[in-house]
Design a protein around this ligand. Structure first.
Ligand code: CMX
Length: 435
C-alpha cells in the first residue's frame, strides 16, 4: 500500500467506527430544521450533509481541511522554481487531513503518471466519433462514463465484496480517474479547437504541468503556474454544491467513481454552476464587440442593468453560501496583478468588480453581490491564448474531480447510506398549512 492509502485507511476506518458509536448515543440530536421555503428553495442553508474534505464559511470562504488558499500557497509543496502549489498536494491534504511532504507529492505525481498511461483506446474512439462542435462538457461527460469499463469497484462488487472493503477499490478508481482526466480533457481541447493535432503526454512533468503541455501551452512557465493554481483552487467547495452533492448522491447507490463523476459533471455544466466561467467571458466579449472597444465603468454599468432588466443573471456574481468576495476570485486577482497588471481584459474584469456589487445591491435581489470564482478565471486563460471559452468548464471539472472523489472515497470508508430524503406534494403542503 502507498503511504497515502495507508494513512487514509488508518484515519477513515477508525473514524467510521467512531461515528457509528456516536450515532448510537446522539443520533437523534437535531442539527437543522427545514422550512417550507427551503424545501421549495433548493434546501438552502439546511444542514443535511456531512463532508470531510473542505468547509465553506460565508464570510471567510473556503477552507481545505482548515487551510485557506493563501495558506495552501504557503504550505503545499511546489515544483522546483515554481510559485504555486502542486494540486497533488491538495489532494493528499483533502484525503488524509495532513499536509504532504515534497516526497509525498512526488510519489503521487509518479503514481498518477503510471495510471494515466493506460486509458482504454475506446475512449478516444468514442471522442473521435462525436461532432467537434459537441460542447466540450458533453464530450467530457461521455469520456468519463466510457472509462467506467476500467472500474475496479464495479468489478469487485460483481465478484461479491463485503461492505468493509468498499473504500479500497473506490480509492483505486478515484486515483486512476483523476490521473487520466488531464489527458482526456486535453484530447477534447485539441480535437475541438486545434484540428485534432494532439500533443503526446510527458509523464516526467507534474499533473498540472503535463496538462498545460498537452493543451499546447507547456512552453509558457506562467501558464503552467496558472494551471497549478487553477487546478488547486477549483478542487472543492464543501459537499452541498451541485457537483459535489451529485457525486455523493450517485455514489450513494454504490455507483462507481466513473458513473458518479460523469453525473456530477452534468451538474457542473449548468450555467448557474461551473458553466458560469464561460458565460462571464461571453458576456465581456459580447459587450466589447457591441461597443467596438474596451468598455468604461459607465458602459459596464449600463450593460449590467440591461442584463438584469432582461431577466438574466450577471454571470460570475452571487453565491448560495458566500457573503463576501470569493477568496478563489481574490487569488486569481492576485495572480493577475502580479503577472498581467496591464492586460486590457483584466482591466475590464476589475472595472466590473468596481461596479457590479453596487448594481446588484441596488437591484435588490441577490443575497451576495460579490464576485465568485468564475468571474475571474477566463480573463487569465485568454491572456495566455486559451481563448476557447466553451472549454473552460472542462478545466474546472478536471480540478473538481479531486475534491469530489476524495470525498467519495471517504463516503465508502465511513459506510454512508444510500441517499433518500422524503418528498411531499404541494397538495400535502396545502392540506397541512392552508386548512
Ligand atoms: N445576477 C442576477 N440575479 C441574481 C444573481 C446574479 N448574479 N445572483 C442571484 N440573483 C437573484 C436570484 O436569481 C434570485 O432571484 P429570484 O428571487 O427572482 O429567484 C435572487 O437573486 C436571490 O438569489 P440568491 O439567494 O442570492 O442566490 P441563490 O443562492 O439562489 O443562487 C447563484 C446562487 C450562484 C446560482 C446565483 O447567485 C447566480 O445565478 N449567479 C450567477 C451565476 C454564477 O455565477 N454561478 C456560479 C456560482 C459559482 C459556481 O458554482 O461555480
Amino acid at each position: 500500500m502507498s503511504k497515502m492509502k495507508d494513512l487514509f485507511a488508518s484515519k477513515a476506518i477508525p473514524m467510521g467506527k467512531e461515528i457509528k458509536a456516536m450515532l448510537k448515543e446522539h443520533g437523534n440530536k437535531v442539527i437543522s430544521e427545514v422550512t417550507l421555503a427551503q424545501a421549495y428553495g433548493g434546501m438552502r442553508g439546511v444542514k443535511g450533509l456531512v463532508g470531510e474534505t473542505s468547509a465553506l464559511d460565508p464570510y471567510k470562504g473556503i477552507r481545505f481541511r482548515g487551510y485557506s488558499i493563501p495558506e495552501l500557497q504557503d504550505k503545499l509543496p511546489k515544483a522546483p522554481g515554481g510559485e504555486e502549489p502542486l494540486p497533488e498536494g491538495l489532494f493528499y491534504l483533502m484525503l488524509t487531513g495532513e499536509l504532504p511532504t515534497e516526497e509525498d507529492v512526488k510519489g503521487i505525481t509518479k503514481d498518477w503518471a503510471e495510471r494515466a498511461k493506460s486509458i482504454p483506446a475506446h475512449v478516444f474512439t468514442l471522442l473521435d466519433s462525436m461532432p467537434t462542435d459537441a460542447h466540450p462538457m458533453t464530450q467530457f461527460i461521455a469520456a468519463i462514463a466510457a472509462m467506467q469499463t476500467d472500474s475496479t469497484f464495479a468489478k469487485k462488487y460483481r465478484e461479491g465484496m463485503p461492505k468493509t472493503e468498499y473504500w479500497d477499490p473506490m480509492f483505486e478508481d478515484a486515483q486512476t480517474l483523476i490521473a487520466r482526466l488531464p489527458r482526456v480533457a486535453a484530447y477534447i481541447y485539441r480535437r475541438t479547437y486545434k484540428n485534432g493535432e494532439h500533443i503526446e503526454p510527458n509523464y516526467d512533468l507534474d499533473w498540472a504541468g503535463n496538462f498545460a503541455h498537452m493543451l499546447g501551452f507547456g512552453d509558457n512557465k506562467e501558464f503552467t503556474e496558472l494551471m497549478r493554481l487553477y487546478l488547486t483552487i477549483h478542487a472543492d467547495h464543501e459537499t452541498g454544491n451541485v457537483s459535489a452533492h451529485t457525486t455523493r448522491l450517485v455514489g450513494s447507490a454504490l455507483s462507481d467513481a466513473y458513473l458518479s463523476l460523469s453525473a456530477a459533471m452534468g451538474g457542473l455544466a449548468g450555467p448557474l454552476h461551473g458553466l458560469a466561467n464561460q458565460e462571464v467571458l461571453r458576456w465581456v466579449m459580447e459587450l466589447k464587440e457591441k461597443l467596438g472597444g474596451t468598455p468604461n465603468q459607465e458602459q459596464i454599468k449600463t450593460a449590467l442593468w440591461d442584463t438584469l432588466n432582461s431577466g438574466q443573471v450577471i454571470p460570475g456574481y452571487g453565491h448560495a453560501v458566500l457573503r463576501k468576495p470569493d477568496p478563489r476570485y481574490m487569488a486569481q486577482r492576485e495572480f493577475a496583478l502580479k503577472h498581467l497588471p496591464d492586460d486590457e481584459l483584466f482591466k475590464v474584469v476589475s472595472n466590473i468588480y468596481e461596479v457590479a456589487p453596487n448594481v446588484l445591491l441596488e437591484h435588490g435581489k441577490a443575497k451576495n453581490p460579490w464576485p465568485n470564482v468564475d468571474a475571474h478565471s477566463g480573463v487569465l486563460l485568454v491572456h495566455y491564448g486559451l481563448t476557447d471559452y466553451d472549454f473552460y468548464t472542462v478545466m474546472f471539472g478536471v480540478s473538481r474531480a479531486m475534491g469530489v472523489l476524495a470525498s467519495l472515497t471517504w463516503d465508502r470508508a465511513l459506510g454512508l447510506s444510500i441517499e433518500r430524503p422524503k418528498s411531499v406534494t404541494t397538495e400535502w403542503v396545502k392540506n397541512e398549512f392552508l386548512k
